[in-house]
Design a protein around this ligand. Structure first.
Ligand code: ASP
Length: 438
C-alpha cells in the first residue's frame, strides 16, 4: 500500500457531473488520499473558466467598474455544483466574506485564488475529506520565487495531520505573511507535484481530459498512438518543443523524489494514460517515444574566414545576444561559421540591433538570416547507443524531397533535432512518424 496524490484539472471539476466521476475515481483506490484541485474550467466550448472570470472581476474592481454581475456569475457556478451534488453548504457566507475583502481592497492574487479555494472546500465537503488551505504551506519569497525546501517541510508537517485531504492548487503565500501569491497559469499541476513529494507518494496522478500524451500532434498526424511510458528527460524535451500536457514546472518536485507521474483521463478512467518516471519504464515497441515541433524559428548564420583560430569569437557572439536578453535554442558551428537558432518571437524589434552589433564587434565576412524555419525533435531514450537513427531520419526526409537545414543531436543521444523550411514542417512530422511508428 502506498499513498497516491491525485490532481484534478479545471475540466475535471467543471460541474456536478464531473465531480461525481471524481468521487468514483477516488473511491476506486484507497491509496488516493490527497487531492489537489483546480478551479472549475470550461464545461463546453465557448464557456468561461472561473479563473478567467476572476481575473476579469479583479480588473473591474480595480477600475471601479461595477463587478456585481460577474460576481453573481461566479457564485452561480459554485451554487450549481453544490446543488447538483445535494450539498447544504452555506455558499452565501463564503461569498459574503470574499465580497467584504474585495471592498476592503484585497490583492488580485487573493481574488484569483478564490477559484481554487472554493473548489477545494466544496470538493472536500463532497468527499468528506479535510480541507487544507495552501496559503501558508506553498511558500514564496518576497520576490515571488517558490521556496522549494521550505514548502516541502511545511506540507510534510501538515499532511502528517490528515488521513485524507483536499488542497487548492495554483496558489500559496509569501512566507511569514498572510498575503497570497499565485503560481503561473496551470500551476495546480505544480502544487500536485509538491504535495506528492511531501506525502512521499508512490504515484502522482494528474487527471485531465486526455488519456495521456500522444506520440505526435493529432492536428498533424492522424490518430497518433498514446505514449505509455516516458522518462522525465524525454518529457522535458518533448514539452519544450511544444507537446504540452503538464505545466513546465510540474515535473521537478516529483522528479526530485523519484515519484512517477501518471497522466489520466477523468472522462475515460479505464485508460492507463502515460506514466512518466526516471527510467521511462518498460521497453516499448518503437525506438522513439515521440515527435514534437515548433514552426517559428530564425537562423542567423555568421561566416568568417579563420573563425576557428579566433579565440573568444563564440563568447563575443553570445555576449551580444545576452546583452539583448535573447534566449537562443541551438548554436550549430562549422570551422568558419556559427549559426544561432532562435525563436522568431525572441527577435521581434531586436534583429536589426543584433545584426549591427555582430557586424561591428565580430567583423564577419557574411551574415545570412533565414526565418520561417521549423524545428522538429525526434525523442526517445531507446535511441541511446543505437546506430542509424539519424541516418533513417535523413533518408526518410530526403526520399520525400524535404531539405534538412539543420541537424543536431544532443550528447545524451535521446534527441535528434531537425530544422526544415516551415512549408515542409507538417509533412516532415508525418514522414518521421511513419518512418518510426507506422
Ligand atoms: N485555475 C488556474 C488556471 O486556469 C490554475 C490551474 O488550473 O492549474 O490557470
Amino acid at each position: 500500500m502506498g499513498v497516491k496524490v491525485i490532481k484534478f484539472g479545471g475540466s475535471s471539476v467543471a460541474d456536478a457531473d464531473q465531480l461525481r466521476k471524481i468521487r468514483s475515481i477516488v473511491e476506486a483506490d484507497t491509496d488516493r488520499r490527497y487531492i489537489v484541485v483546480s478551479a472549475p474550467g470550461k464545461r463546453h466550448k465557448g464557456d468561461n473558466k472561473v479563473t478567467d472570470m476572476l481575473i476579469m472581476l479583479n480588473a473591474q474592481a480595480e477600475g471601479n467598474i461595477p463587478y456585481d454581475q460577474l460576481f453573481g456569475t461566479v457564485k452561480a457556478r459554485y451554487t450549481a455544483i453544490a446543488e447538483g451534488l445535494g450539498l447544504k453548504t452555506d455558499l452565501d457566507a463564503w461569498f459574503d466574506e470574499i465580497a467584504e475583502n474585495i471592498e476592503k481592497g484585497c490583492s488580485e492574487a487573493y481574488i484569483v485564488s478564490r477559484g481554487e479555494y472554493l473548489s477545494a472546500r466544496l470538493i472536500a465537503e463532497y468527499l468528506n475529506y479535510d480541507f487544507v488551505d495552501t496559503k501558508n504551506l506553498v511558500l514564496f519569497d518576497s520576490r515571488g520565487r517558490l521556496m522549494v525546501e521550505e514548502t516541502n517541510e511545511a506540507l510534510k508537517e501538515e499532511i502528517s495531520k490528515h488521513e485524507h485531504a483536499v488542497f487548492p492548487g495554483f496558489y500559496g503565500g509569501y512566507a511569514g505573511t498572510d498575503e497570497i501569491c499565485l503560481l503561473s497559469r496551470g500551476g495546480s499541476d505544480v502544487t500536485g507535484s509538491l504535495v506528492a513529494r511531501a506525502a512521499d507518494a508512490s504515484m502522482y496522478e494528474n487527471w485531465t481530459d486526455v488519456s495521456g500524451m500522444l506520440m505526435a500532434d493529432p492536428g498533424i498526424v492522424s490518430k497518433p498512438l498514446p505514449i505509455k511510458y516516458i522518462s522525465y528527460v524525454e518529457l522535458r524535451e518533448l514539452s519544450y518543443m511544444g507537446a504540452s500536457v503538464l505545466h513546465e514546472d510540474a515535473v521537478f518536485p516529483a522528479r526530485m523524489a523519484g515519484i512517477p507521474i501518471n497522466i489520466r483521463n477523468t472522462n475515460a478512467p479505464e485508460d492507463p494514460g502515460t506514466v512518466i518516471s526516471r527510467e521511462g519504464g518498460e521497453d516499448g515497441e518503437f525506438i522513439i517515444s515521440g515527435i514534437a515541433g515548433k514552426p517559428d524559428f530564425t537562423v542567423i548564420s555568421i561566416y568568417k574566414n579563420m573563425m576557428n583560430k579566433e579565440i573568444g569569437f563564440v563568447r563575443r557572439a553570445l555576449a551580444i545576444i545576452e546583452d539583448q536578453r535573447i534566449n537562443f535554442d541551438h548554436i550549430p558551428t562549422g570551422i568558419d561559421s556559427l549559426s544561432m537558432v532562435i525563436e522568431s518571437k525572441e527577435l521581434e524589434d531586436k534583429l536589426d540591433d543584433v545584426l549591427d552589433s555582430f557586424r561591428h564587434q565580430l567583423r564577419p565576412d557574411e551574415i545570412i538570416v533565414e526565418d520561417k524555419i521549423a524545428l522538429i525533435a525526434v525523442v526517445g531514450r531507446r535511441m541511446h547507443k543505437s546506430i542509424g537513427v539519424s541516418a533513417r531520419i535523413c533518408t526518410a526526409l530526403a526520399d520525400k524531397g524535404i531539405n534538412i537545414k539543420m541537424l543536431n543531436q544532443g550528447t545524451n543521444e535521446i534527441n535528434v533535432i531537425v530544422g526544415v523550411d516551415v512549408c515542409d514542417f507538417e509533412e516532415a512530422v508525418r514522414v518521421l512518424y511513419k518512418e518510426f511508428v507506422r
